[in-house]
Design a binder for this molecule. Structure first.
Ligand SMILES: [Zn+2]
Length: 181
């Protein structure tokens, strides 16, 4: 167990993180959510592939481990991250988490998008996100809702994603119950 884990773990074994993200929608752009390309007349405007769900999950993980935020690790100004798949961000974030001595217990997320209906794509999103994060699909939940016709989401001008993640120390054993290790 690394020094960082001991410092963090001395207070609490599990840590929670929250992330959210909004991207404008425009014609001529691809709509990619959770690593899945969704056929639609509009797509996300962004420096990378504009995957709001992947970005929200990234920020939640970084937040849980107090590792800063997505803008610090994958700056807009860097050509390295121009037009790349945001699944790479997740893969890299998982490596940072690993180095900090933590792993993901579970992720819950919600995408807010007026159209199209996302339900048919959710199983693939969960698989792609899980693979990028090195976890099982049953550790990641993706939900979808509309904006009820209100605000930028409701007007189909933006896509929003919110995510929470629970992390636990790598050395944490489920069989040890709530005892500290
Ligand atoms: Zn984003």
């Amino acid at each position: 167990m690394g020094e960082k884990t001991q410092n963090m773990g001395s207070r609490c074994l599990h840590r929670i993180g929250f992330g959210n993200d909004v991207h404008r929608l425009a014609s001529g752009r691809k709509l990619i959510l959770g690593g899945v390309r969704i056929p639609f007349e509009k797509g996300s405007v962004g420096h990378s592939d504009g995957d709001a769900l992947a970005h929200a999950v990234c920020d939640a993980i970084l937040g849980a481990a107090t590792l800063g935020d997505i803008g610090q690790h994958f700056p807009d100004s860097s050509p390295q991250w121009h037009n790349v798949s945001s699944l790479l961000f997740l893969h890299h974030t998982r490596e940072l988490l690993d180095r900090a001595g933590y792993r993901i217990a579970n992720v819950d997320s919600t995408i807010s998008l007026e159209r199209p209906r996302l339900a048919p794509y959710i199983p693939r999103m969960r698989k792609k996100l899980a693979k990028a994060l090195g976890i099982h699909a049953d550790q990641i939940s993706v939900k979808a809702k509309t904006g009820e016709g209100v605000d930028a989401v409701g007007e189909n001008a933006a896509v929003r994603a919110d995510a929470v993640v629970l992390i636990e120390p790598l050395a944490f054993k489920k069989s040890s119950g709530n005892r500290r290790i």
